[in-house]
Design a protein around this ligand. Sequence first.
Ligand SMILES: Nc1nc2c(ncn2[C@@H]2O[C@H](COP(=O)(O)OP(=O)(O)OP(=O)(O)O)[C@@H](O)[C@H]2O)c(=O)[nH]1
Ligand SMILES: [Mg+2]
Ligand SMILES: [Zn+2]
Length: 295
Amino acid sequence: MVKAAGGFFTVRDTEGRVHLCRARGRLKKRGDSILVGDRVKFQPPATGEGAKTQGGAGTGVIEELLPRRSVLLCPPVANIEQVVLVMALKKPAPDWHLAGRLLLQAEQQSLSVLCCLNKIDLVTAAEIEALSGMLEPFPYPLLWSSAKEGVGIDRLREKLRGRSSVFAGPSGAGKSSLLNAVQPGLSLKTGEVSEKAGRGRHTTRHVELLALEPDGFVVDTPGFFKLSLTGLVPEELGALFPEFASYLGRCSFRNCNHIHEPGCAVREAAASGAINPRRYEQYRLFWQELTGKER
Ligand SMILES: Nc1nc2c(ncn2[C@@H]2O[C@H](COP(=O)(O)OP(=O)(O)OP(=O)(O)O)[C@@H](O)[C@H]2O)c(=O)[nH]1
Ligand SMILES: [Mg+2]
Ligand SMILES: [Zn+2]
């Protein structure tokens, strides 16, 4: 399923033809939402003479939802392998907190991650250097890009090739612009960032799966500003920070929460800079949020 809007689902068949469908009643009753990226069994629209004269009117029916390999809740998309987190360096300013939440979601689903830092044309070389220092060490690959000036686009195209990816990040970060740069034929709509609020204007309205040349799929999504930590228990949080992995068994306490326990290997690593202290600080914030504890 490649797009959902107004109760209709656009389904692409194995030959690449698209069909407008509705969902079988029992699918709706079970409360399963059909997500973009879902593989489905469907009855294509009838193709009788009547349907043709009406410009191919008539809708097909989605009969069955096939098992998923992965599911992301925000943005809602199924069966993807890679999350491309897109942040602008300016206009709008990066929201690392939101980025951290998205990264947790990707880890929960064991998806691979690419962090795209876009609009490098708007910052100075010195600012880039300062930011690089701040982000070091970072447990995910970083790609510095400018959709406007074509920087990093070849590398991005290479990273998308032959896989299924989803672009996620705040409105105005440049998700659709980057995709247009990767593949101009997509002709996705892009929108100005508001001068006053410094925010995007929610130009992309629907989650949509797009086919890439020569192979691969990518899902463009509407930007968002908020993301809650649903379905997470605090004890699982440490395992979702991949850079903690080599320290987790080395804390003095076996059930260490890495907050204030003495002899905590994670805290020591953050203090020495072996773990990025900013990432550790995020861990603490998310821990507080999940446990409701202030410290
Ligand atoms: N200077 C500069 N502007 C960019 C760059 N990439 C995108 N923009 C501009 O940023 C604005 C927002 O871009 P979009 O591609 O619509 O952003 P989006 O992330 O798709 O936003 P939503 O669809 O609202 O989620 C547009 O005016 C783009 O022209 C870039 O690398 N440099
Ligand atoms: Mg967009
Ligand atoms: Zn610890």
